[in-house]
Design a protein around this ligand. Structure first.
Ligand SMILES: Cc1ncc(COP(=O)(O)O)c(C=O)c1O
Length: 468
């Protein structure tokens, strides 16, 4: 097999011709910024990113040229166009193109215009958003729901809104950025436990409580993790929280509506409905719209969040079209049609996982709409991502620090409207791309193993100091 691919300039890269810096390093290398020049000090990141872009090895910031359906057309950040099977959009029940959801959005626009024109703390509520609060509460068996403009703002806002500097936050090491950033904004007492490790969570809680019997502890996890697709023992974690007078927050962004016979996700599958303390979620994966929520049993918590959770109080509310779309999506999620879509999604997921396994590609997690395919070394994964786009498959690559170093992976996102042929196509293309990438990357891997390659940041620093 000849490993040769075309870069975005139309020229070909053969083994040994790609700059090693484009195959190594991570965004984490450029996170620390030092010096007085606020603009100039971000240049090293751009130099590294642009080198990757020049070789079409920067697979982020793609744009779709069509609706995000099972087949789509997309343009990469380097301007390369791909048209083919799409496993990179989050629309798990394929509701974003559902005629009833589109009609609901259009009717809401006709009635209200396109904008909510205010924070929900002022005049941003509409009859759609008020009804949506009730529908979410009913679906989860909670009394109250607070809507947020995005899932991210709900995650950030619930932590920042309820936790104070003397309190503690204990999180699974892989919890989503919104929750980690919320914790950073609220307190310096942030603790992590190993991924899914309830015993470690118990040990940490015991230590925190022994040292501090007086302040609150918020424990945070996800029902299905967004990059690993695995799920914690929610009941176990809940019981540990009770033991140490801590409160459990569960982020259900990736499985609510789309997993389980009734669409209650891991909360339903683990018999936790009715027992969870606080639930946060996003509408952007299954419910066809931007938007997020916090569900609670306490009217006081709801009212408090409305005025003390910055992303709720000081941000514009979901638009009428968004709230109406989610309402209609919920109607489908709760109907027989929703159950049929979930079965179709799960059939696709199980078939995809089995076919990837047959192609000797490593899949992790438990069955759900997110299917992570581990590739390993970042360099090899970047080449495979580029090759997949050339072969006409749209997928998302995720790298450190979103996942552990050396564990780069494709995060496939399955939709109900995919079919077996789409999945066969994807698996065939992915197996080809990964094999070719391994061959193309091999000499770099050997070079990296044999020499200590300077990290891009050190090189950039050297370039900078040479220039000054
Ligand atoms: C676990 C988790 N929580 C929250 C969010 C944020 O949701 P949204 O993209 O709707 O803002 C995401 C999505 O990226 C997520 O994966």
């Amino acid at each position: 097999m000849k490993a040769m691919t075309k870069n975005c300039n139309g020229s070909s890269d053969t083994p040994g011709e790609l700059p090693i810096e484009a195959l190594t390093g991570s965004v984490r290398d450029f996170q620390e910024l030092r010096g007085s020049d606020l603009i100039g000090r971000v240049q090293p990141f751009f130099d590294w990113q642009d080198l990757r872009r020049q070789h079409d090895l920067w697979s982020y910031s793609k744009a779709t040229n069509t609706a995000p359906t099972s087949h789509s057309a997309a343009t990469s950040d380097s301007g390369v166009r791909t048209a083919g099977v799409n496993f990179a959009s989050q629309d798990y029940l394929s509701l974003s193109s559902h005629e009833a959801v589109k009609a609901a959005a259009k009717a809401a626009i006709d009635e209200y215009g396109v904008h909510s024109a205010g924070s929900s703390a002022l005049l941003g509520n509409t009859r759609f958003s008020l009804q949506l609060e009730q529908v979410v509460s009913e679906f989860l068996g909670f009394e109250h729901t607070v809507l947020y403009p995005t899932g991210w703002s709900a995650g950030f806002g619930v932590v920042q809104g309820l936790v104070r500097p003397d309190d503690h936050v204990l999180m699974d090491i892989l919890t989503h950025s919104c929750l980690q950033e919320g914790a950073k904004a609220a307190t310096r007492n942030i603790h992590f436990h190993g991924h899914l490790n309830v015993d470690r969570a118990r040990q940490r809680l015991a230590r925190i409580r022994a040292n501090d019997p007086n302040n609150a502890i918020m424990v945070i996890t996800e029902s299905q993790f967004s990059m690993h697709a695995d799920t914690p023992d929610l009941r176990g974690l809940h019981d540990v929280c009770r033991e140490y007078n801590a409160l459990l927050v569960i982020d259900v962004a990736h499985d609510l509506g789309c997993v389980g016979e009734t669409g209650h996700g891991q909360l339903g599958l683990q018999n936790m409905l009715g027992d969870a303390d606080l639930i946060i979620g996003s509408f952007s994966k299954t419910f066809a719209s931007n938007g997020g929520f916090v569900a609670t049993r306490s009217r006081a918590v709801k009212e408090y969040l409305k005025y003390y959770s910055a992303t709720q109080t000081f941000s514009n509310a979901m638009s009428p079209a968004q709230a109406a779309s989610v309402l209609q999506a919920f109607e489908i999620v709760r109907s027989d049609e929703g159950a049929a879509l979930r079965r179709k999604l799960m059939d696709n997921v199980l078939y995809l996982r089995a076919e990837l396994g047959k192609a000797r590609l490593e899949v992790t997690g438990v069955p759900g709409a997110v299917v992570p395919v581990n590739i390993g070394t970042e360099g090899s994964a970047r080449i495979a991502a580029r090759r997949l786009a050339e072969l006409a498959a749209i997928v998302n690559l995720v790298e450190y620090p979103a996942v552990p170093k050396g564990n780069a992976r494709f995060r496939l996102q399955v939709m109900a409207n995919h079919n077996k042929k789409d999945i066969d196509t994807l698996v065939r293309l992915m197996a080809t791309a990964v094999k070719e990438a391994e061959v193309l990357f091999r000499p770099y891997g050997q070079e990296l193993a044999a020499t200590a390659i300077p990290t891009p940041i050190r090189q950039s620093a050297a370039r900078q100091s040479a220039a000054t």
